[in-house]
Design a protein around this ligand. Sequence first.
Ligand code: EPU
Length: 432
Amino acid sequence: MDKFIIRGGRPLTGEIKLAGAKNAATKMLIISLLTDEECVFENFPRIGDAEIVKELCVALGSEIKSIDSNLVIRTPEIKNTKAISLNQKNRVSILALGPLLNRAGEAEVPIVGGDKIGPRPVDMHLESLKALGAEIEAGPNSYKAKIKGRLKGAAITLKYPSVGATEQIIFASVLAEGKTTIVNSAVEPEITDLIKMLQKMGAIIEVGTNRTVTIYGVPKLHGARHRVLPDRNEAVSFACLAVATNGKILVKGADQGDLITFLNNLRRIGGEYEVTNEGILFFRARPLSGIKLETDTHPGFMTDWQQPFLTMLTQAQGESVIHETVYEDRFGYVKDLNLMGADIRVVNECLGEVPCRFKNRNCPHSAIVNGPTKLHSATVTVPDLRAGIAHVLAALIAEGESEILGVHEIDRGYEKIVERLSFLGADIRRVS
Ligand code: EPU
């Protein structure tokens, strides 16, 4: 198992180019299954999660080639409707249900249980597919779904604007008979990017005001070419690296429009940025100060930004509070930051105002940070992808040499992270 050895204490400076977004690219592969024609994706990231979904698509009948950062995929026929023998850790396989039902009338996907960030149920996925006419049976290890004829459009209201459930409905209903409406849909930029690709493939999807999406089913989709949007989670990670280490980084490809809430909060704590034609330049304007913030669905402060931001707040003067409202157990990594000298307390109360599903449920979902604290080196193990970037950032701030174990989690979502951080002046190496 690989590990990273990091010697901290240096400001990171220079330029870094964003890879294509993991949470759009992996699903681009899934929507390519909706057509028998060729789809081409530019700026396709070379990351662990994309490899897992590529393997899934090949098992279902896809032919895939990579040429530089372009990926070419074609699925002339669905050879297998069971996506069950694949890596159980990847949650994207459930999104294959819609494409498989549309092209083959049946599908089987693994039941993926909870993980290090909470239970992660899929009730909204299954209820929505049932509303579109699918029959679904849950076995001990898998969900089996089938349809008679075509899926049929339906009016669906989500109880929470889930990213995955919104994608599930869109991917299933683009080829359904009639009109489907989603009320309380997720509106993340990655979903807009997937809608853009589907439009190029021949779909008719309207994005209305107030979290409403309407899909008018078409009988067939065709191949298309699309450039995957830049990864805004990478952008935030690199911005936090610049500000937390008191360096200066130009993040090439960073899109201001997708980062508005992050940029406001960065400025509030003393970070600063300049938007240029190439991307966004991040640096520190003054000594950092504490803040109160809450994670939320887009356009709120994203849950995947919480970990590098909280790590940066260990260097801010005074008290900071983060209320996590998207996942009920996403502060597991905090114990490692405390081991490195941080002063962070995680509590069950809702320390904020955003309506929260975890109220009175005894979930450790609010964190209180007191700073600034001097961080020192440690040996830590990465529990999940976003926590992993918090570990890397803490080690880059800390004095001395840290060892980060379990880095395959980081490789799932960050392309060539060691090479790219070294280029910014980080003292980091991978040891096998
Ligand atoms: N939820 C339900 N029922 C459902 C679906 C979701 O209760 O049927 C709950 C979840 O348990 C969670 C909340 O709704 O508490 C939000 O889940 P959502 O469906 O929005 O998230 P997701 O689709 O599972 C994607 C990203 C996550 C990102 C979230 C929120 C992918 C592969 N994953 O997950 O990214 O945090 O949206 O933006 O797109 C990551 O990249 O490391 C990551 C975890």
